[in-house]
Design a protein around this ligand. Structure first.
Ligand code: GLN
Length: 272
């Protein structure tokens, strides 16, 4: 007799040598059926294993992130489309949303530097009545961000523009913003990273020179020109970078307040 879904889930959880193996196996199986995880567990445990499951499991065994296999990730309670052209939104980054909404509960114009999936910008726009611009140096990422804007019904309030802040005049015509969000690349070039990150997520969204600070060095001196009077910027940082990025911010004329993530690690600086 062919193996049932229930058997395959037990066996797959063992083969997936990751912490959430059983959950991942269930989500991949649900994806192969095209049903929700709860429907899978309620209705399909005795079914034969669908043809597509083995290939999905093989991708996960090769460390491909779940978000790329499933094509989406949750961020701040919403679902975002994700492709290998974009960094996967992380729970740790939700602290930027909390910090931004606390500092600017009713922003009028929001800028997101390196928007990727658009998760930071679109979340703030959805939580407030703001309008915003997302910029990114990757046209493939912008296509994903635009798709997310459409799914969230935010097209009328957002523009996604191709801009590369390593080029002169990249910010021409953007105007000023009362909230600037930024999760730049900040990983040291030779940092030890989980293979699911290093081998699959876009290097351009992760790495920023030998000390991971290249993008902060470029952006901090340009921030004042982008901020409206009383504007606030919220930057994600690596957990050991609060001192160095704080120094760059102070050198650019900003006071920096530290925010920690759910694990209590330094994760964001609020600049005003
Ligand atoms: N937090 C990410 C990681 O450590 C890095 C994200 C970034 O460079 N902006 O995998």
């Amino acid at each position: 007799m062919d193996a049932t879904v229930g058997d395959a889930l037990r066996e797959s959880a063992d083969r997936l040598a990751v912490e959430w193996g059983r959950l991942d196996a269930e989500l991949l199986m649900a994806h192969a059926f095209g049903v929700s995880r709860s429907d899978l567990l309620l209705r399909h445990l005795r079914d034969p294993v669908p043809a597509g499951f083995a290939a999905l499991l093989a991708r996960r065994i090769a460390h491909e992130p779940m978000a790329y296999i499933l094509g989406h990730a949750e961020f701040y309670g919403r679902r975002f489309r994700v492709t290998p052209a974009t960094l996967i939104p992380r729970g740790d980054s939700e602290v930027l949303i909390e910090a931004a909404l606390t500092a600017k509960p009713a922003p009028a114009r929001v800028l997101d530097l390196g928007t990727g999936t658009g998760a930071l910008l679109l979340t703030v726009l959805a939580e407030t009545g703001a309008e915003g611009i997302g910029v990114d140096a990757s046209e493939a990422a912008l296509a994903v961000a635009r798709e997310n804007a459409t799914v969230l019904d935010l097209d009328a309030r957002v523009e996604m523009r191709l801009r590369d802040w390593t080029q002169a005049d990249w910010a021409d015509g953007l105007g000023q913003f009362d909230l600037v969000l930024c999760n730049p690349p900040y990983v040291e070039d030779d940092a030890e990273l989980d293979p699911s990150v290093r081998e699959h997520e876009p290097a351009s969204a992760l790495f920023a020179g030998p000390d991971g600070l290249d993008d902060y060095r470029v952006l901090m001196p340009q921030l004042e020109a982008l901020l409206a009077p009383d504007g606030v910027a919220v930057f994600e940082i690596g957990h050991r970078q609060a001192g160095a990025v704080g120094d760059l911010a102070r050198a650019a004329g900003f006071a920096a307040r530290l925010e920690r993530d759910l694990a209590g690690r330094p994760r964001a600086l609020v600049l005003a």
